[in-house]
Design a protein around this ligand. Structure first.
Ligand SMILES: *Cc1c(COP(=O)(O)O)cnc(C)c1O
Length: 404
């Protein structure tokens, strides 16, 4: 059960007023808000033991190293990775995907194939296009249906022995669709392809068991997980990460450097060149603990009730169309209203203190598929309420009178 009053109290920003109105924050798919425990963790780091990790013999450095490595273990446990050294700290999902894509530059060959889905975030498209340019590999795209669900048979029909990599979102950030990753993994693996799952939108809502699902690579962003910006995770199976060359060189990622030859450090350090976002990593661990205290089951149940409520209330509005009506979806409603430009509605909602996102949501191919320039996206978290949804729905009705 969600104790909504207590939870809302954990997030200081939710008390903010915008233009005299109480903030209604429905842009959680872009960045989630930060609970006080996470803010305190960052403050505590800089107030008490700020120092560089892994190198110092002094007390502060030891404390920072211990806290950072403990955070790595929190991530390992949360996602159930076999080893903590399979958890690489990165600056976020984008960085994580780029590490993998860059690593395959000398592994892929001309005419090898990479499969993506049409609903990918630009972060899970562009690095692969760049990889194709470097290697001559070919990008193939699995289509979706009118409800915004992946067409699994079509995916299966393009997955073949040429397929080296499959990169697919666990949850679509623009539509909320939860993709059938178990089937995708099994089809890909039966063709000996390696699978990267973009979990940026899934990790805040769904409990993930990397070993049970047999996932090869998984990426998340801290700032969508109640954590700070500028930190994220790349998970990779030990065997794959050992084979993958590092894309960045520098301090921390080496065992031995001479001008003739450098020997790379072992995992995870091989992929962590330079001084990382230490406070961010530690605070991400705190954020994961915070989510687990509430519990993924309670979160899923509560967010589903918000999604169902918002969907039925919004559909009462004449001319409103929801994009992404897949049965399996997280609490995201992407919609448009006949003869109203998404941006204009977004501006009016902002004036009333309601934060939604308008536009293509870094997923232009989805908008092209539906032949629309963009949508209005309201994305919910476990600290949102039905009362807030009422406020948004009423605001849309008012805005409609002004705009149509
Ligand atoms: C947000 C997002 C990304 C990019 O994450 P960054 O934190 O900006 O690196 C990638 N994929 C999906 C599905 C996302 O929602």
């Amino acid at each position: 059960m969600i104790d909504i009053k207590k939870i809302r109290n954990d997030f200081p920003i939710l008390k903010r007023k915008i233009n005299g109105n109480q903030l209604v924050y429905f842009d959680n798919a872009a960045t989630s808000q930060t609970p006080q425990v996470v803010i305190d963790e960052i403050l505590n780091y800089y107030s008490n033991y700020n120092s560089n990790i892994h190198r110092g013999v002094h007390k502060l450095s030891q404390e920072a190293t211990d806290a950072y490595e403990k955070a790595r273990q929190i991530l390992q446990l949360n996602f159930n990775a076999r080893h903590s050294h399979e958890i690489i700290f990165t600056s976020g999902s984008t960085h994580s995907i780029n590490i993998v894509a860059a690593g395959y530059s000398n592994i892929l060959k001309k005419d090898d194939e990479i499969i993506l889905s049409v609903m990918e975030h630009h972060s899970n498209i562009v690095p692969w296009q760049m990889l194709c340019e470097r290697t001559g590999a070919i990008l193939r795209v699995a289509p979706m249906d009118q409800n915004g669900g992946l067409i699994l048979e079509e995916f299966e029909s393009i997955c073949c022995d040429k397929t080296q990599l499959v990169a697919i979102s666990h949850v679509s950030n623009a539509l909320g669709t939860i993709n059938p990753i178990e089937s995708i993994l099994s089809i890909a693996h039966s063709n000996n392809a390696v699978v990267l799952i973009d979990g940026a939108q899934a990790a805040p809502h769904i409990k993930i068991d990397l070993q049970e699902l047999d996932i090869d690579y998984y990426v998340v962003s801290g700032h969508k997980l109640m954590g700070p910006t500028g930190v994220g995770m790349l998970y990779g199976k030990e065997k794959l990460l050992n084979m993958l060359p590092p894309s960045q060189g520098g301090g921390e990622m080496i065992d031995e450097v001479t001008f003739e030859k450098t020997i790379y450090a072992k995992l995870p350090h091989k992929f962590e060149a330079g001084t990382p976002n230490i406070a961010g990593g530690i605070a991400l661990g705190t954020a994961i603990n915070y989510i687990n205290e509430i519990g993924y089951d309670s979160i899923a149940k509560y967010e589903k009730s918000l999604l169902d409520y918002a969907t039925s209330e919004l559909l009462e509005i004449e001319g409103l169309k929801i994009y992404g009506q897949s049965k399996q979806k997280t609490a995201i409603v992407s919609f448009s209203i006949k003869s109203i430009h998404a941006y204009d509605l977004g501006v009016i909602l902002d004036k009333l203190g309601i934060a939604v996102r308008t536009g293509h949501h870094c997923a232009q191919p989805i908008m092209d598929y539906f032949q629309i320039p963009g949508t209005i996206r309201a994305s919910f978290s476990f600290y949102n309420t039905k009362e807030e949804i009422d406020i948004m729905v009423n605001a849309i009705k008012r805005a409609k009178l002004m705009l149509v």
